[in-house]
Design a protein around this ligand. Structure first.
Ligand SMILES: [Zn+2]
Ligand SMILES: [Zn+2]
Length: 220
């Protein structure tokens, strides 16, 4: 499987625009999924163009949670391709923009062959209760977990994902996560976007750590 980070606070390439938000392309089990859409449609589409990602090649969009820095690019994306299935936590409801098929996610569910949602998980943050889903992609070496901001808590997300086996990789925004010990069992950690303690995670687990940033491609 291949994960391409399209939208991130940082960039690994000078021809891509960094901006606060997150989006990545997941190619696995013969299907192409856009996970989150960043904050601004023009940046999302421009970075996709530079990365040679055709919006029409995307079949499924999974929105982790309703924050603007994960949903902001959705409408502009749909101008390019409405022929997609949209999976969004039921907490936020189906957005008004027309899409082929929209699925409100509640509990854990299968999205397509080898790809699952943890379902809505909730966590208390400084802004109140947050609801978020994470993606779990089956891989030979164990499940790969892709997260938006990890508002429900990394521990809770990993616990939910572990019903699929021993987690191999964790990719995405980890927000204020600081229980670094629980990363011990994971082989690859790409902490990006809103992760506050990137430097600490990197120094504690230099062998597991994989750099994020727009343009980064992670093959697993
Ligand atoms: Zn975020
Ligand atoms: Zn968020």
């Amino acid at each position: 499987m291949k994960i391409t980070i399209i939208y991130d606070n940082e960039t690994s390439r000078s021809d891509l625009v960094p901006d606060w938000g997150f989006a990545c392309l997941v190619e696995a089990h013969g299907i192409t999924i856009l996970f989150d859409t960043g904050a601004k449609g023009n940046i999302l589409l421009r970075n996709m163009e530079k990365l040679n990602i055709d919006p029409k090649s995307i079949e499924i969009i999974v929105i982790s949670h309703g924050h603007w820095d994960h949903t902001g690019g959705l409408e502009d994306f749909l101008e390019k391709n409405r022929n997609i299935k949209l999976y969004i936590p039921s907490f936020y409801g189906i957005p008004s923009c027309a899409v082929d098929e929209a699925i409100e996610v509640k509990g854990p569910m299968q999205i397509c062959e080898g790809v699952f949602s943890t379902g809505e998980l909730q966590g208390e943050t400084e802004d109140g209760i947050e609801t978020e889903q994470s993606l779990v992609v089956h891989n030979d070496k164990g499940p790969v977990v892709i997260v938006g901001c990890s508002h429900p808590g990394v521990r809770e997300i990993l616990e939910s994902a572990s019903t699929h086996g021993k987690v191999h990789a964790l990719i995405g925004g980890l927000h204020g996560f600081s229980e670094f010990d629980i990363l011990k069992e994971i082989d690859i950690v790409c902490a990006t976007h809103c992760t506050q303690y990137i430097a600490a995670i990197k120094s504690m687990y230099p062998d597991k750590y994989t750099e994020g940033g727009a343009g980064r491609i992670i093959e697993l």
